[in-house]
Design a protein. Structure first.
Length: 126
């Protein structure tokens, strides 16, 4: 879903589409590859009509969080978990509540939803 998007009638290349909102199950998370030329992917968490997007990198070592595609959340779906050291992050703000990076936070990415499409800055993940 790349390419220019309309924002209030103006064409903009400053954003990129991750997916449609309905492509992320409510209460779940989904990973996305880095943009062209990027190295670090993103992931999005959905809670109803609200979406939080973060860079897919643990602040402790900078490695991807999930052990398998789209496996970011604990069994209860309340926390993001780093598969390497077990650090746990609040879904709503990315703050680390336990583990080797306690007190740090995931890198949040600005997100907005327009016409059912999840949009982030084009440079997110670069």
């Amino acid at each position: 879903m790349g390419g220019p998007l309309r924002d209030g009638g103006a064409l903009t290349l400053a954003e990129r589409a991750l997916c449609r909102l309905d492509e992320i199950a409510d209460g779940a998370a989904r990973g996305f590859p880095p943009p062209p030329g990027g190295f670090t992917g993103l992931f999005a968490l959905r809670r109803g009509g609200e979406v939080h997007v973060y860079v897919n990198a643990c602040p402790h070592l900078g490695i991807p969080l999930e052990p398998l595609p789209d496996r970011f959340l604990d069994g209860a779906g309340r926390h993001v978990v780093c598969s390497t050291h077990g650090a746990r992050f609040r879904a709503e703000d990315g703050f680390c509540v336990s583990g080797p990076c306690a007190g740090d936070s995931l890198e949040a990415v600005p997100v907005r939803i327009e016409d059912g499409v999840v949009l982030v800055p084009a440079e997110a993940g670069l």
